[in-house]
Design a protein around this ligand. Structure first.
Ligand SMILES: [Mg+2]
Length: 372
């Protein structure tokens, strides 16, 4: 079997706003083969940048686009092809956008391998340890606290047993943040897990204040209150905050997670399967975390392609506390599959069809396809 083409398709909402929502404009990747099978993937990134990385022609032996590198290759050789992409993009890649594009291709290759074998990806990864994963509703903090509390109520009614609010107005005023989180906790009761995502860097002293204040509200984790590059700051924060600290959604490849865990002391890391290097690299990160007794709660805020890929990884993790589940009303999340991912009694089932186990909704693709 040979790869005949790699296609990057940009889907974009009619109106894209400057908010903390990375699912307004997405890159769907299709890997085509000479036997008619097609693998599906997604890169969670700026889609036009990643599409250029797919389509770029040969520049030098260490600066080639991914499409020309892989055409003619056997799609079943996932590990070798991962290394080939990494090696032949080394002068412009290794981190960031290149790794985002590679992630989408890697997910599509795993989807293809599963389709060839007639098995779900989790079966190819050693077999599932669970058939469903507990989901937390992941939502944006609203400018008006009353609106955030209304969303919290809605997530309770939808059967979620955990929820996270992030970005929006958080991170501007620590005392206001502490009051807001106490009000949300009062609304949802003690049985619900509550996570808070600051998303933008704040001074270390403010992050420490929140780490202490949020402990009174039983916050499950405080996410990304410092710059991703401030590993020394994380080390001090983790050592002193009674609220657990989580971070890692902006990293790519396994290497920064080693630094976050070993130097930063992080006990919860959040790789994004469609950014870090796909299913292949996420598994390497999971193994590093397992060896250190750290928890992996993947970042997952995009389409159901990413949700499916993340579920296959979570299915095989020894420890899989939560699936992040984008709870906003967004057709690129809710309408991209013929059978969209659903939360039932707080859990999402791991797909069990061949490959990712999903079928794209062609009407949604036609409706939101962006050609510039
Ligand atoms: Mg986040």
């Amino acid at each position: 079997m040979k790869i005949t083409d790699i296609e990057g398709i940009i889907l974009r909402l009619p109106v894209v706003r400057a908010i903390g929502d990375g699912c307004q404009s997405v890159l769907l990747i299709r890997v085509h083969t000479d036997e008619g099978l097609v693998g599906i993937g997604e890169a969670h990134t700026n889609p036009l940048v990643s599409k250029a990385i797919l389509d770029a022609p040969l520049c030098s032996v260490s600066a080639e686009g991914l499409r020309s590198l892989l055409i003619g290759e056997d799609p079943r050789d996932i590990g070798r092809l991962w290394d080939k992409m990494y090696k032949h993009s080394a002068t412009y890649g290794r981190r960031g956008a290149l790794m985002h594009a590679m992630s989408g291709v890697d997910i599509a290759l795993w989807d293809l391998l599963g389709k060839i074998a007639g098995l779900p990806i989790h079966r190819l990864l050693g077999g599932p340890r669970r058939d469903a994963v507990r989901a937390y509703a992941s939502d944006l903090s609203q400018p008006d606290l009353g609106d955030t509390i209304a969303l919290a109520r809605r997530h309770c009614e939808a059967g979620f047993r955990a929820m996270k609010f992030g970005w929006g107005g958080l991170g501007q005023n620590p005392r206001a943040d502490a009051r807001a989180v106490a009000a949300i906790r009062a609304e949802i009761g003690d049985a619900m897990d509550l996570m808070i995502d600051i998303g933008v860097p704040m001074p270390l002293d403010d992050a420490l204040y929140l780490g202490r204040a949020f402990a009174d509200s039983g916050v499950y984790f405080l996410e990304e209150p410092l710059s991703p590059d401030d590993v020394a700051g994380f080390a001090r924060l983790v050592a002193q905050s009674p609220t657990p600290i989580a971070t890692g959604e902006k990293e790519t490849t396994q290497y920064p997670y080693l630094d976050l865990m070993d130097r930063g002391g992080l006990r919860i890391i959040q790789p994004d399967v469609a950014r870090v290097g796909g299913i292949s690299e996420t598994l390497r990160i999971v193994h590093h975390a397992e060896a250190r007794g750290a928890r992996v709660i993947p970042h997952c805020w995009s389409t159901d392609i990413l949700v499916a890929a993340t579920l296959h990884v979570l299915a095989v993790q020894r420890d899989a506390p939560y699936l992040e589940f984008n709870a906003t009303d967004n057709p690129l999340r809710t309408d991209l599959l013929v059978e969209p991912m659903r939360v039932v009694d707080g859990f999402v089932r791991v797909p069990d069809g061949p490959g990712l186990g999903i079928t794209l909704n062609d009407d949604t693709i036609a409706r939101y396809r962006w050609t510039g």
